[in-house]
Design a protein around this ligand. Structure first.
Ligand code: MRU
Length: 327
């Protein structure tokens, strides 16, 4: 059965608690916008497109309870600052409401469109994947991070099912371990050949000629093509450039924030230092050691070989090619 991160049930949202994976599959019933906001903050749900879809349903739940739509919007909007899909989806919900549309149908449309965009990204991206390619990916960009199928992992899935005999290096993705816990779980379920590596292994694998391409997702893409994504993505792009390895980003058009010009202007989420100093309840550093926990970094457009969207492939990555693809 296909992996799904959430199901809309008409009067509540059923959400797979990603904090518990891969050990347990626990489903949460979210019945108002406050519970949805909490699930986004505590990362029961994560991944830019999934956050957008879930926030849209949170908006429906809040408004149906009679809460002022502006208040619902603000509560959901203040959950996480970097993933643009959150703001995109909430703005769309607010304007659907003000133009008299059925907001439940609008949220379902956002979910359906995201799934269809991922399938298309998979097909287009597959054209860039050579037979037998050894791909490297970071974080989780799969069905768990989207309405289904996935962005970068969607390309990987499509390439696998098209019989190309690909294999995947999976970065563990410190500190939340989206690669180890979630991407490995998804790939294992579908029988995609993969091997988990610590984040710091990537460079040496490239040096040894064992990586044919890097493919990652995005949380926000600016007008000039700078990409915010999970911390560690920038380092991978530098390593890929040094070793002549193509570096691809896969993301739907809903991740593009054309009102933000460059990566300098993207708000980068800083999370609690405890998430760096502890791993599943066990302390891995002295309690008094201060830690810095930036959840995302920015990869400059010049380090990106191409961006794969549902509307086409952007290559080279610059303001003009982005405008051409998205207009
Ligand atoms: O902190 P997360 O797990 O929400 O970060 C997720 C990522 O960085 C993903 O790469 C990105 O959202 C794209 S998901 C299709």
């Amino acid at each position: 059965m296909e992996v799904k991160a959430f199901y809309w049930k008409g009067d509540y949202l059923l959400l797979l608690d990603q904090r518990k994976l891969p050990q347990e599959e626990v489903w949460l019933e979210l019945r108002d916008h406050i519970q949805v906001a909490q699930a986004i903050i505590n990362m029961s749900v994560r991944g830019a497109p999934a956050i957008g879809c879930v926030a849209a349903y949170g908006f429906v739940l809040g408004v149906k309870r009679g809460v002022d739509p502006r208040e619902v919007y603000e509560v959901l909007k203040s959950t996480r600052p970097t993933a643009y899909n959150l703001f995109w989806a909430l703005d769309r919900m607010l304007s659907a409401l003000s133009s008299g549309k059925d907001i439940e149908q609008e949220a379902q449309l956002i979910e359906r469109e995201d799934y269809e965009a991922n399938k298309r990204i998979g097909e287009l991206g597959n054209e860039l994947i050579p037979e037998g390619a050894r791909l490297l990916t970071h974080c989780n960009t799969g069905a768990l991070a989207t309405a289904g199928w996935g962005t970068a992992l969607g390309v990987i899935r499509t390439a696998h099912y098209s019989g190309k005999g690909i294999s995947v290096w999976v970065d563990e993705t410190r500190p939340y371990l989206q690669g180890a816990r979630l991407t490995a779980w998804e790939l294992l379920k579908e029988g995609v050949p993969h091997k988990l590596i610590t984040d710091s292994t990537a460079g040496f694998l490239m040096k040894k000629g064992l990586v044919d391409l890097v493919i990652v997702g995005a949380d926000r893409i600016t007008a000039v093509g700078d990409v915010a994504n999970k911390i560690g993505t920038y380092s991978l792009s530098v390593l890929a450039k040094e070793h002549g390895v193509p570096f691809y980003v896969a993301a739907p058009s809903s991740t593009f924030d054309l009102s933000t010009r460059s990566g300098e202007d993207i708000p980068i989420e800083e999370r609690g230092e405890e998430e760096v100093k502890n791993c599943f309840g066990a302390a891995i550093a002295p309690g008094d050691t201060p830690a810095l926990h930036l959840a995302f970094d920015v990869t400059p457009a010049e380090n990106i070989t191409a961006i794969i969207t549902e509307r086409g492939i952007i290559k080279p990555v610059n303001e003009e090619s982005i405008q051409r693809c998205l207009s």
